[in-house]
Design a protein around this ligand. Sequence first.
Ligand SMILES: Cc1cc2nc3c(=O)[nH]c(=O)nc-3n(C[C@H](O)[C@H](O)[C@H](O)COP(=O)(O)OP(=O)(O)OC[C@H]3O[C@@H](n4cnc5c(N)ncnc54)[C@H](O)[C@@H]3O)c2cc1C
Length: 545
Amino acid sequence: MDSDLDALIVGAGPVGLSMAIALAMHGLRFRIIDSAPNRVNESRALGIQARTLEIFEMAGIVDEFLAQGRQLHGLHLYGESGRQIGHLRFDAVPSRYPFLMALAQSETERILGDHLSDLAVHIERQTTLLSFAQSGRSVSAILALPDGEREEVHCDWLLGCDGAQSRVRDLLNLKFAGKTYDLHFLLGDVHAECPLADNEAHIFGRKEGLFALFPLTKGFFRLVADNPPDRFRSEKKPTLEEWQEVVNTRSTVPIRLSDLGWSTYFRVNSRMVENLKRGRVFVMGDAAHIHSPALAQGMNTGIQDAWNLGWKLALVQKSLAHPTLLDSFEAERMPVERGVLGMTDFTQTMITAEKSINRFLRDSLLPLLIGFEVFQSKAAKTISETAIDYRHGPIVEDHRLPHGPHAGDRAPYATVIRQSNEEEITTISLFGRQHVLFVLVESQSEPEIRKEFESLFELIQDRYAEIVRPYLILSDEKQFIRCTVDCLIDAYGEMKKEFGAGSALYLIRPDGYIAFRCPADKSSWLTTYLAKEFLPLREHEAATR
Ligand SMILES: Cc1cc2nc3c(=O)[nH]c(=O)nc-3n(C[C@H](O)[C@H](O)[C@H](O)COP(=O)(O)OP(=O)(O)OC[C@H]3O[C@@H](n4cnc5c(N)ncnc54)[C@H](O)[C@@H]3O)c2cc1C
């Protein structure tokens, strides 16, 4: 490629920062700019979902989030009479992180930004994208610099992570179709003396309107309410007295407020673009989709957009995959984003239930639904974003096996022991940089295993060493194998539980989704898949010469 840069990231919100981490992990040359002088100092996106924490684990930064955030284990819903109509438990989330993490967006951005500094990436602030033009080979962008000067930048890809008012989206002439809800909302971060459990969220749906309470740090809560009385909004933001009035009329337990911090009015939109890619330019995060903050999906969905695209861009830029790989970004992410819009629209309508008949239906039906374990489990998986799959995407290939997750599914989490140094690791910590091949073998004698997989490992080493890292999974430490690849011991039986008994090949993508699976004795099917999806080293060398 001709440009000075592989990519220019426009926007250093949570999505742009995550994109930058992904590109840095893959060693691309990029710049990240943001028109704002500083990161946000408001709490804004408060809920971090389990799947996002898994992504942070792949990036090696989850411990900092676990240290700073607050774990919320469920959500109580109270109906018209103030009676509890449902209790959604997050412990049903099938993850190492079975909770919703509450952490202010300002802290999330700080942790992501600090990590970028550690990776020697500098965020260029007070630097604004003004315009760009693209050809078949590159993009040239005009930036306004902090000193008022203009700079022309040439890059191979431009990544629009520039939020709901996206300039990139406008310059691409992408429609942002959807609606703005008629409702007005109030939001406030405030200290509250309150008898409700402070490790769970609480939502009251009364005829006066919705009132929700989410624990932040000790003693502090995020309050959200809709439908403020008409006499409110004389000020730019709700006052402590107004908040106390809202709480007194809508909560069924006594709550005393003090120390109001960030407080604001907002309206809810539900919109998305018709395309995520035009030529050499992508949009993602709020630039591509916005919706109700109910269920805490916006930032989380945007971070997953970035994580989906990062590795694909890296393989294409390194000439290790065909550029058509990038089309799978839209094919995989658009259905997910549409699903999030549908789910948040439905939840918003159900919780706010403006008409009394809707409140009656909600209060009668919800307790029945939530009573079913299967509903609890489905809701927990969906909200935590661990249920997302790309089974119908264009770049996964599934071959029937008696058990185990399918190609396109999120690779399940398991703890294993690395044979070389006896270190206990999670499978998720292996993802992020390369494709990972798990070779699961049933107990059998050492020479047989060697013979079976030797030629596969040789071929991977010879042609796909930069792309695929194979691991042989052994059922116990007695199955000692001297092997050219790393061996992982399934000491706790978690691999067997998650992937099923029997021999199988599972290829996991760097974003932690299963690219391919087949029976272990059909390794030629895997090599055909690799040849279809990737450019082997020899062709890569020719392409980069
Ligand atoms: C009240 C509220 C509560 C929310 N709660 C949650 C929640 O609990 N969980 C959740 O997942 N989501 C939540 N969200 C949504 C979440 O805040 C957004 O989805 C998230 O911030 C989107 O991140 P982003 O990086 O795409 O965009 P942004 O955070 O908007 O970042 C975009 C960045 O681009 C920069 N920029 C814009 N134009 C240019 C330009 N031309 N040149 C250079 N830079 C530019 C901006 O300065 C900004 O820093 C909430 C939102 C609100 C309003």
